[in-house]
Each structure stands twice: as structure tokens, then as C-alpha cells.
Design a protein around this ligand. Sequence first.
Ligand code: ADP
Ligand code: GLC
Length: 493
Amino acid sequence: MSKPINILFVSSEVDPFAKTGGLADVSSALPKAIKEQGHEIRIMMPRYRFISERKFKLHDIIRLKDIPVPIGNDTPFGNVKSSFISSLKEKVQVYFLDNEKFYGRDGVYQSPTSKKDYKDNDERFIFFCRGVLETLKRLGWQPDIIHCNDWQTGLIPAYLKTVYQDDPLLRKVKTIFTIHNMAYQGAFPLESFETSNLPKETFRTDGVEAYGKFNFLKAGLIYSDTITTVSEKYSHEICDSDEYGAGLNGVLHTRKKDLRGILNGIDYTIWNPLTDPHIYRKYDIKSIDAKIENKRALVTKFGLEFDETTPVIGAISRLVEQKGFDLVLDSLDELMKQKVQFVLLGSGDPELEKQFDKFQKKFPKQMGIAFGYDEELAHLIEAGSDLFLMPSKYEPCGLNQMYSMRYGTIPVVRATGGLDDTVEDYAGTGKGTGFKFEKFDSKELMKAVLRAIKVFHQPDEWKKLMRNGMLKDFSWEHSASKYISLYKDLLRQ
Ligand code: ADP
Ligand code: GLC
């Protein structure tokens, strides 16, 4: 084997320590898969207060005490703690940058009670980006690659190409920036830029400035050595359209030759119905009939009546505009005329939550709703539902449709981004893995659901679809190899 590559993987959320969405799943599973292929990879994230010191056996690394991190005219200190995540074969070290003022909170990006973003998210992630580099200096560890993810890490490439360009330890480090979502950019006023201590000349249209603001995502796009996003289709969508590119498609165009789509995988040590500790009855393709026991457990949990012949439609989602649940709300009156049950686990926009609550009261025998974040229930919904709904307006990759397929639960999705890349539309005679619709429109969504329900009532045909999905291989191994070959390309440059 060729020489192992040293990689620092940086993310604002990593499962099981902190998770608001799929970024956390990826930030845990991908580094494990890379390590399993023989490379040295470590992770770094902020140490939010809710990450239990006891549960995760966090410990201080003595020589990393009191790291000074310049912010504006101030120099607060960071402290670094450490823990591990494990795959079946390997352990990956995780560093946590700790600072009570910035991360001593109950939420990751926003207060769980007010659901408003923290006002100092600019400073929190300026501190993080610069703190990551200062930590490396203190450690004396020189990674070959720093793999950055989303806007929260976007300033790292910018610092490396400016403030640290002559630093003996860091000047050779290459960066890769992975876009998980173009819609979240970390755009802040000019004053934030001043706090970052980046050189003045970087506040330009070919630098960190976008639409008059200091834009962290743009910093990542401009200054990284290469860019990836989490599906092939999304990589085209964000270059080709204003809407998907969220105003930065022009920038992406200038870097098109450095942009690649690499599909996310799923972590089968966590999402596997044969070993899943959270579900009622374990099963796999050979014992597919046992899945029904999970359906019974699921509907009972929501206080609905169990009937084998009533299809259960499940959904688990952040309730935000991206996910397209306004289409579901527009369709519910129509949908509830069918013999179906619908269970939703979601949290997010209070207005959407209110609307769903209203419908649940209107259709108490057919609808079950749980608001909040519930890992265990998410697994039971995957195992217990017949259909899984993802009507996203846009979807960089999406993980739940892949989890669904592994659990023999048939996805109904809008044909966008990773949803389009991973789901094959039902083509009759046992072909396909799900149901897709193109246009973002509630009537189109309804048509796809009705097509699915029709096939559900043809049990032999339905079972073929279940099997097709369960046999799909979405393991991380394949995608990890693609990242590794990208790292190698970068190191050859
Ligand atoms: P996104 O990152 O845009 O939210 P993904 O499909 O990539 O979408 O990943 C979502 C992840 O978050 C999945 O692991 C899903 O199960 C989980 N998830 C989303 N909402 C909830 C919730 N309310 N409770 C538990 N898990 C959730
Ligand atoms: C983002 C995207 C989602 C993707 C996830 C992990 O949150 O919205 O589509 O699966 O990141 O890459």
C-alpha cells in the first residue's frame, strides 16, 4: 500500500456527540471509513457544553492547555479535550475545542428554547476556525490535508492561504471543502470581518465578500484547494441555477473544474435492521416478514390502530423550507381520504409544527406526530413504516431515503439532488426502489403517493421493491475511496 495520508477532518457536528442533521452522520462515518482504508485521520469539533464529559470519557490533553486564539483585539484561550469514536475495526481520535464563553451552551447553532440563532455565531466559528490551526501548531501535528465541512469551517482555507501562508508547519497543508448545503452560508456584517483578523484585501468579490457581507461559505469555496459536494446531481444543480446555488453559483462556476460530487454512504453499524437495538423486532432480507412487528409497535406507540393492510407513511425531518413539508400540508386533506396512516417526527419551524398539529387533531385516527429530536423513534419509524416521504425542494444528498431502502421501507421522493441519484423510480414488473416526482407541486406529490399505494396493495410486487432497496449497497467504503483518491490528487499537485 502507498504511504498513509494524514488528514484532519473538521466539522461543527459529529455523531454521537452533537447532531442537528446529516452532517453529523457523515462526519462520523466517513472518517471511520477512511481510517479503515489505512490512513491516519483525526476529527476536530467544538466542545459544546451538552457533550457529556463522563459518558464520552473526555479528557484534557495536558500539553494543549490554554491555546491563545486571536479574535479582533482580544485573545481568548481554547482548551482541547479528546475522545474517540470506533468502528468495528478502528478508533478515530476526536479533538474538542473548548471555550466556555463560545460553546458553554445547550444548542449547536441556536438556543433550543427560542429557536433563534445565537447572535455571536460569527465569533463562535471564527474562534473555531482559527483555534483549529492554533491547536495543530501546539500539537506539532502536520496533516497533509484538512478536510473542511460547511460554512462553519469555511475560514480555515482562508486563514491558511493568508495569515499562515509562511507558517513552517502549516504552509504545505492542502484543503478540501465539502458543501453539505449551499443555503446555509454564514453571512455576517462587515464588523465580523474585522473580528476575523483576515487581511483587509480579502474582503473583495474574489475573496470573502458576497453581497456586501462577510461570507464564510464563500471563503471556503474561494480559498480551498478543491471542493466537493454530497451528490453528483447537486454538484450540477448548484452551478447551473441561481436558486440551488443560493446566489453563489457564479463563484462555483469559476471553480467548476475543482468541484466534484461524491455521494454520501450510510453507516451500517448504526443503520442495519438486523442489529438495530432501537427497533422492536430485528430483521433482514431473509426475515422480511418480521418487519410487520415493527409496524405494529410504531402505530401503537402513536396511539393508532394496527391494520396490516393500511399503508403507513413515515417521515423524519428538520421542519424547514428545504424539506418541502408545505407540499405535504397542502396534500393532507386529500391524502387522508385514502386508507393510510401518517407518522411524522420533526422539529423546526414553529409555524409548520402548528399546522401539522392542527391536522393531527383533525385526523386523530390516521395521523401521529412527534415534535422534537428522538434518535430511537427515528429508527422505529424507519423500520415500521411502509413508505417514507421526502418531498424536498432541494436535497444535497439526503440520508433517510437510503436508510429507508435498507429497512425495506419504500421512499417517495422529489427527484432532486441526492434523492434523484439514489432512488430508482418504479418501472413496473418488479423494477425500481421507490417513487419519484419531478415538479415541486403538491399534486405531483399526491400522484406519486397514490402510485405507491396502488403497488402496496399488490403484495408480491411490493416485496420485490422492498428487496431491491434492501440489496442496494450504500456502504461508505466506496465513497471513502473516492475521497482518498481526491486527497492523493491534491498531494500530487
Ligand atoms: P439534513 O441533514 O438536511 O437534515 P439528512 O437526510 O442528510 O438531512 O439527515 C438527517 C439526519 O437527521 C438523519 O439521520 C435523520 O434520521 C436525522 N433526523 C432529522 N430529524 C430528526 C428528528 N426530529 N429526530 C431524530 N432524528 C432526526
Ligand atoms: C445536509 C443536507 C443533506 C445531506 C447532509 C449530509 O444537511 O441537507 O441533504 O445529506 O448535509 O451531507
